[in-house]
Design a protein around this ligand. Structure first.
Ligand SMILES: [Zn+2]
Ligand SMILES: [Zn+2]
Length: 139
């Protein structure tokens, strides 16, 4: 057998194997998915109360979030209002520190708004934002 032939065989073997591996990976993923689903189902069954509670809470908050957003549409920012955090860019977004107070909003630029939600420090803003009276002239 010459070297070329061996090389070719090796290459073919490799590709055949690759196909096989791909196939196995697919089956494995499918099986895993089913397992995961089964596991989730069992968890929900076991923790029915917990799950329901969480679901209700989440639903309520979600509903309130949408409501707050709709309500806040009535509020128009004064022209040229700057972002409350960076005071550089224009405030184009309305941040709700508390969705249960739809009219209490903090004017932010997109960048700072994203930052706040990522850092989850809206509590910080709740405590100082509105109480400083910066929103007096907004309504
Ligand atoms: Zn900003
Ligand atoms: Zn926000």
């Amino acid at each position: 057998m010459d070297i070329e032939k061996i090389r070719k065989q090796k290459r073919e073997y490799y590709y055949r194997n690759l196909e096989k591996q791909k196939k196995y990976a697919k089956i494995y993923r499918k099986k895993n998915k089913e397992k995961r689903r089964e596991y989730d189902k069992k968890w929900i069954e076991k923790n029915k109360e917990k799950h329901l509670k969480y679901h209700r809470k989440y639903k309520k908050l979600y509903f309130q979030k949408n409501k707050a957003r709709l309500e806040a549409r009535k509020i128009k920012f004064p022209k040229g209002l700057k972002c409350y955090i960076c005071s550089k860019r224009l405030a184009k977004e309305k941040h709700h520190p508390d969705y249960f107070k739809p009219l209490e909003i903090i004017p932010l630029c997109k960048k700072c708004h994203l930052k706040i939600h990522n850092n989850n420090n809206s509590l910080f803003l709740t405590s100082i934002g509105i109480k400083l009276g910066i929103f007096k002239d907004i309504k």
